[in-house]
Design a protein around this ligand. Structure first.
Ligand SMILES: Cc1cc2nc3c(=O)[nH]c(=O)nc-3n(C[C@H](O)[C@H](O)[C@H](O)COP(=O)(O)OP(=O)(O)OC[C@H]3O[C@@H](n4cnc5c(N)ncnc54)[C@H](O)[C@@H]3O)c2cc1C
Length: 304
């Protein structure tokens, strides 16, 4: 198995993650950055309110940020993280293509999940069988039939996780788009794949009773997990015990040094809550990068 060791792992290649990587790498600690540039909220934005640069396309800002971070010494892996664990002396991070990354500190900058499926029944049955988080809710579906919806790593890894709980796991995927390793795991698993199809509606009154696909196939399920995009902040943070905001349980709580309640884990950007703005993401990323590098240097007995 491919094992790599870094001082700091930054999860997220949006403005928060990139700024964190730039500040950390310039302080002579080793930094790896994981995530997909084109999944950043900034990628398709046209920004006119960021200080000192006038009007600019988000895609250009991100490309420039990657070059700056690389020049500072950060290493980029263009893939999602599907698992994070504490390992006593730091953290183990599992990217979707396999292998393991060991890091003494981690900066969570994964933005927010904006995507909804937008089909009838989704809103009405949320919390009554419709969920957006396999890791949070899998336990409620022991020996039941469930469907996972999505094309990317969070849907496929979610379906594989669900096999430990549910009696039958269906994966509805218009066009699966994951690493070869996840695709191979899926192919030899007991997950029943419905590819090339979309969801037409989710059915049920008091609770989910089924799912109807656009070719009229009906799946009798009691759980529907909508997992669009990469594994979200809530899921990765929750498995590590990182505290979320007490009102909505959607955002990571971080102090003025961008530290979370878990030693060695820092957070920055949209993942810490509104306002969802590049200026805030960059500011918090800067602080997180500095705080994480100080933390690692102290731990290793390095000079400041
Ligand atoms: C259409 C649009 C227009 C906008 N216009 C403006 C504007 O004009 N001005 C402004 O200030 N703000 C604007 N924003 C908001 C701005 O884009 C965000 O506030 C900003 O991008 C937040 O940065 P971030 O780094 O926290 O998160 P993001 O930029 O969203 O980046 C999140 C990163 O996390 C990665 N990630 C997610 N899950 C995982 C995982 N499991 N493993 C690894 N990586 C993961 C993603 O690949 C991505 O790289 C706009 C947003 C949108 C959507």
């Amino acid at each position: 198995m491919d094992e790599r060791v870094y001082d700091i792992a930054v999860l997220g290649t949006g403005p928060a993650g990139l700024q964190a990587a730039i500040h950390a790498a310039r302080r002579k600690v080793s930094v790896v950055v994981l995530g997909k540039i084109n999944r950043s909220g900034l990628y398709s934005a046209h920004v006119e309110n960021f200080c000192c640069i006038g009007s600019v396309e988000g895609e250009k800002m991100l490309a420039a940020g990657v070059v700056q971070a690389e020049e500072a010494g950060a290493h980029f892996l263009n893939e999602d993280v599907i698992e994070t664990k504490a390992d006593g002396d730091g953290f183990v991070i599992e990217p979707e293509s396999g292998g393991r990354i060991h890091a003494a500190a981690m900066i969570m900058a994964m933005g927010i999940q904006r995507e909804r499926l937008g089909v009838p029944g989704e809103k009405e049955l949320f919390g009554k069988g419709v969920s957006y988080c396999v890791d949070c809710d899998a336990n409620f579906y022991k020996n039941q039939k469930v469907a996972i919806i999505g094309n990317e790593s969070s849907a496929v890894s979610g379906a594989l996780t669900m096999l430990f709980y549910a009696s039958d796991v269906y994966l509805v995927s218009d066009q699966p788009d994951v690493s070869d390793r996840l695709a191979e795991q899926l192919a030899v698993s007991d997950v029943k794949l419905f590819s090339g199809r979309n969801v037409r509606r989710i059915e049920g009154d008091e609770a989910v009773t089924g799912l109807v696909l656009d070719d009229d196939t009906r799946l009798n399920v009691s759980g529907v997990f909508i997992e669009l995009g990469a594994k979200g902040a809530t899921e990765l943070a929750a498995t590590l015990g990182v505290a979320l905001d007490t009102k909505q349980f959607k955002y990571i709580q971080a102090d003025k040094d961008q530290k979370t309640n878990i030693e060695g884990i820092f957070a920055a950007g949209d993942i810490c809550g509104p306002p969802w703005q590049v200026a805030k993401a960059v500011g918090e990323g800067c602080v997180a990068g500095i705080s994480a590098s100080k933390y690692v240097k102290k731990k290793k007995g390095m000079k400041k």
